[in-house]
Design a binder for this molecule. Structure first.
Ligand SMILES: [Mg+2]
Ligand SMILES: [Zn+2]
Length: 172
């Protein structure tokens, strides 16, 4: 259990699916990307605090061959556009396109682990080294045990998804 030090807090890490946007299933088209009500307002409040905000997302649909990088980029563009409507901004996104059992749309005979797929911590390490922040200066907002395990593995605290839209309970 890692304690959140609000004095040090300056970066919020966010899972995407189920935290920013609704997740009825895999998001394979921009049309399927629908914001969770109030999530963009919550991101705007994060921005207003002067905290940086990065998305850390597993996108195994790319490995499965259900989603290509170009369409993933269109979905990312829609996310930024939807956030902008509320004056909100995400400072960057890290995604893992891998899945242990799939590569380029083909099922692998031998599982292949990457280091970026959550609960791996490589995306957190990359964000940290590229943007210069430490595990105790951030908090991870996620909605699955995978998110919490990645955060914990990197030594950063994590909190559940509703927290994003209930950020006002922070009293900051
Ligand atoms: Mg999620
Ligand atoms: Zn990966």
């Amino acid at each position: 259990m890692h304690e959140i030090s609000f004095k040090k807090l300056r970066v919020i890490l966010l899972d995407r699916d189920g935290v920013i946007n609704q997740e009825p299933g895999p998001i394979l088209t921009p049309e399927q990307f629908i914001m969770i009500p109030k999530s963009s307002e919550a991101v705007a409040r994060i921005n207003a605090q002067g905290w940086k905000c990065f998305v850390i997302t597993n996108q195994a649909a790319i490995a499965r061959g259900d989603l290509n990088q170009a369409v993933f980029q269109e979905i990312t563009d829609k996310m930024h556009h939807e956030l902008q409507k509320s004056g909100a901004r995400i400072d960057g996104q890290y995604f893992c396109p891998h899945h242990p059992d799939w590569e380029n749309g083909k099922r692998l005979t031998e599982p292949k682990q990457c280091s970026c797929r959550k609960p791996g911590t490589l995306m957190l390490e990359q964000a940290s080294s590229e943007h210069g922040f430490a595990p105790d200066e951030t908090v991870f907002i996620g909605d699955t045990t995978t998110d919490f395990a990645a955060a914990s593995g990197w030594g950063t605290p994590s909190i559940g998804d509703n927290f994003l839209i209930n950020l006002s309970c922070l009293n900051y």
